[in-house]
Ligand binder design. Structure first.
Ligand SMILES: [Ca+2]
Ligand SMILES: [Ca+2]
Ligand SMILES: [Ca+2]
Length: 459
């Protein structure tokens, strides 16, 4: 229905998978909005998503002005493939949607980031937009607010909402950075001449982003790409900054406060090298307790493989705020970024497991989870995670059944069946004690099910 309508009105949804933009079965009010959007956008526009965004909606509904009625913000590429935003308002009697204003900026090439938050706690939300500009120019972070006074008309008579504040930036995030209950904006800027990487925390006051504190960051990065802002220990707030280094490494830094000024908490000078990871990391609140954990990659023990073939385990570390024991391990996981799943490692496995490449005779096997005794060197597979194309699963399942193998269907998603195949018994020549240790740690089916998590589906 929607697709047909959109094609008729001259814009289409092909810039992102259609199912990311709208649920297939649309409630009538959603459909009404989608029709209004299609009619309001210029011919040959395409809905788009900010490319560093975790919300997969090109049409977002949110009450911007605090009057209890939702507005809609639409992100799209106009007929010249230039990114713009359209704000739609509902008519007073709730009978429909009308275009209120467009947000655009001269000479921008891409829409990076969009956040909507009440920055000054006045009950009205501000709109933060990260724009990319042509090569060699810093990205632009601009703040907008619904205000008739900020409306100008462009030469075609279309109302355009002017930004109230704007600055160059490399990375930005919004959140309560200092624990005062209000949101701040954390921004990293890079100076192309001096290579300086500067973190600034801003409060939005009097219609402007006002700097509160600044801290130079480690500048041996290609650039900082991700910031996370909020609670970083049970009673501490701050910022986690992550940047790429060299070809594929990443660097992580945790910044907190001392006497109202930003200070670097991690890495401390003596643990400098621990802040580097061999591949990309994304620190976040992984265990759902409201506190951001640092992600750290370590090679699964007992491997003798090239870097590219090595399995890495993610350790999720939470800052305690205590100087003697500054970090606490809250979770270990194995994540496969090609197939987008994670295996949560049970605590009882810690120091008794590793991950290995499944034997060549096992097609579709991605990773084997092994008993591993670091003292004796004993290692044997408990079970192997399979990702099997849906059309092949029946054949493989039949083979497993004919061979009386124990296996577990975990999930089917995106045409892939995820399943676990149990290995069986530990090697004959092991000591009884080692065999017992092996058996004691085999997960049962319920435990294994709870260890498996599909990242995309469960975000
Ligand atoms: Ca506000
Ligand atoms: Ca705050
Ligand atoms: Ca957490």
């Amino acid at each position: 229905m929607l697709t047909v309508l959109i094609l008729l009105t001259g814009c289409d949804y092909t810039s992102a998978p259609a199912d990311l933009l709208q649920a297939p079965a649309m409630a009538p009010d959603k459909q009404q909005l989608a029709e209004a959007v299609a009619a309001a956008l210029p011919a040959h526009s395409k809905l788009t998503l900010p490319y560093a965004d975790d919300r997969l909606e090109a049409i977002r509904r949110i009450d911007l002005d605090g009057d209890g009625v939702e507005e809609a913000i639409v992100t799209y590429l106009n007929e010249f493939s230039t990114p713009e935003l359209l704000i739609m308002k509902q008519s007073n009697n709730g009978s429909g949607w009308t275009a209120w204003a467009v947000i655009n900026e001269p000479l921008v090439t891409g829409l990076i980031w969009l956040r909507i938050a009440d920055l000054d706690d006045d009950g009205r939300k501000e709109i933060l937009v990260g724009w990319s500009r042509s090569t060699g120019e810093a990205k632009l972070l601009a703040v907008y607010r619904l205000d008739e006074g900020q409306l100008n008309r462009d030469n075609e008579g279309i109302p355009v909402l002017q930004s109230v504040s704007g600055l160059d930036y490399a990375a930005a995030a919004v959140g309560d950075a200092d624990g005062d209950g209000f949101v701040e904006t954390a921004v990293v800027t890079e100076n192309a001449n001096t290579q300086e990487q500067l973190l600034t925390v801003y409060k939005y006051r009097g219609g402007k982003l006002q700097p509160v504190s600044r801290l130079p960051l480690f500048n041996g990065v290609n650039g900082y790409h991700r910031l996370a802002v909020g609670k970083v220990a049970p009673d501490r707030y701050g910022i986690v900054a992550e940047g790429s280094v060299g070809a594929h490494s990443w660097y992580t830094s945790l910044i907190g406060w001392k006497d109202g000024r930003l200070v670097q908490i991690y890495p401390a000078p003596r643990e400098w090298e621990t802040a580097f990871n061999p591949y990309g990391v994304r620190s976040s609140d992984r265990n759902g307790d409201g506190i951001i954990e640092l992600q750290r990659l370590k090679a699964a023990p007992g491997q003798n493989a090239s870097m590219a073939e090595t399995y890495f385990i993610s350790e999720w570390l939470q800052w305690t705020g205590d100087e003697d024991q500054p970090f606490q391990l809250v979770a270990e996981e194995y994540t496969d970024y090609n197939y987008d799943f994670s295996i949560r490692i049970p605590n009882r496995w810690h120091n008794s497991y590793t991950i290995s490449r499944p034997a060549e005779t096992q097609p579709y096997g991605l990773a084997s989870f092994d008993y591993h005794n670091p003292e004796t060197g004993a290692q044997a597979t408990w079970w192997t995670l399979y990702a099997i194309p849906g059309e092949n699963y029946a054949d493989i399942e039949e083979e497993w059944q004919q061979n009386s193998r124990h296996y577990l269907f975990l999930r089917e998603a995106g045409g892939i069946v995820y399943a676990a195949l149990f290995a069986g018994e530990p090697p004959e020549h092991w000591s009884d004690e080692e065999k017992e240790a092996y058996r004691a740690l085999i997960p049962d089916k319920e435990q294994l099910r709870s260890m498996f998590r599909l990242e995309l589906a469960e975000q």
